[in-house]
Design a protein around this ligand. Sequence first.
Ligand code: SAH
Length: 532
Amino acid sequence: MTAEPSPATAVPTAAEAAFASLGGEPAAPGTVHLVGGGPGALGLVTTRAARLLSTATFVAYDRLSPPEALAVCREDVELVYVGKLPDRHALQQEEINALLVEKAQAGEAVVRFKGGDPFVFGRGSEEAQSCVAAGVPFEVVPGVTSSIAGPAFAGVPVTHRGLSPAFAVITGHEDPTKDDTQVDYAALARFPGTLVFLMGVGRIRRIADALIAEGKSADTPVSSVRWATTPKQEQVEGTLGTIADVIESTGFSSPAVTVIGEVAALADELGWFADRPLHGRSVVVPRTRQQASELSRRLRALGADPVEAPTIAIQPSRDPDGLLTAVERMRDGVYSWVGFTSRNGVDAVMDAIREAAGDVRWFADVQIAAVGSGTAEGLEAFGLRADLLPDSFTTRGLGMALAEAADDPERPVLLPRADIASEKLSEMLTAAGVEFHEVEAYRTVPADGLDPEVADRLRSGDVDAVALGSSSTVRNLVSLLEGRPHPDVAIVSIGPVTTATCEELGLTVAAEADPHDLDGLTDAVVRALTTP
Ligand code: SAH
């Protein structure tokens, strides 16, 4: 009997293939790509932007371009920060223009990565002019602009039937009390629609006063949102007459978008982003250096700001010959199934196959079982699809599925695993009478050290919680921290064994997961941080 493949293991569909090609052609050598990165949220980076970033050889980015997006860049990319700080210019605009042209002329595939849209107060058009002057080809990739997305994430539509038939986006960078301002406040005061100011928090009093002086009602609703679309998003509300006091008294600062108009009053009714259960809460997620965390993804979806802290490093197996023999036997059809419990296991097995001058065809005579979407993604990176991906992302789920699927008594199951893997899987297979062969594929050791910033935040209580997924994580964390986190940091444990280790080390657990998996752990974080 062969296990029914789960839906997640079908061959790539036309839709998936189409998705992969959405980003278009890679970044072209000798060309400057002026790319908008959106207002901050990762999901608001366009597919074209991601495609260009991941293929560029030279990337110049600035303060408001989402930094996490740079993770898709090539390993050998040259990354240069050319951002401006409010009080200081890292590079003058002319220097940036010259740099982009020079790199393109040297044959680099250049991406100029900017916050929001490159042509909305982004000086992208000046960079384009430099390209034209130098005869360098360029491409403009519009981005999701903060002038529209910022208000939208605060529950403020820039237009609304019956309230506002138009909107204007205005720079707040110019001082309205100066004669040389290009902004016509008299015209703006009469503008029949929504006014959206960028870069204006520092000058909000002068802007509001100028509009009132030109006849705009002091009762006009105003809403201002800072760090919109990110876990740091905050917003304040008032009227044209009160907003300056509100902003000054709350210490609200840049980067912020300020909306002036009747639509601003909809924020109460339509606010949604900041209402998510973990909005703005920071959660330390210990993980391995090599592995992006599924937990972080789940926490982020609930609004949290995951702080990833590598506490474990992955090292090669102490039994490389055993691993090599195992993959050769797999090639020879000795095993009926190979069961992967982690992405590291997949990587280690592929490394061993490569070492033996083999390739993915060595998987031709074996069926593949995997637990966890990270593991499945690890397989997909090599063009492999799991035949069996249990719905329950636990070792237990894998054990149950394999116990049923592996029914060839002549051909055992191969289990490449970590040195410290739990015995649950082997116990379940033994109980089910399934022959198996375990091999150490890799080893986990404590990381060299904790990021000093993360360590400081844990010690001083500048994070809300830490999510602990295993006893070894607890031990590693306490040893790397050389002590316990601040008592205000909520300790969240994945289950009784981890909780017992916490208690042994003097940590009080605020919430324990049930079920003992990532969903349970995510729920436990919510409980720990939302129960009064
Ligand atoms: N090209 C950008 C704007 C650059 S000017 C765009 O289209 O969005 C920089 C200003 O943009 C900031 O001073 C602030 O007013 C606004 N801004 C950018 N990102 C923001 C964010 N995440 N939240 C609030 N305002 C933001």
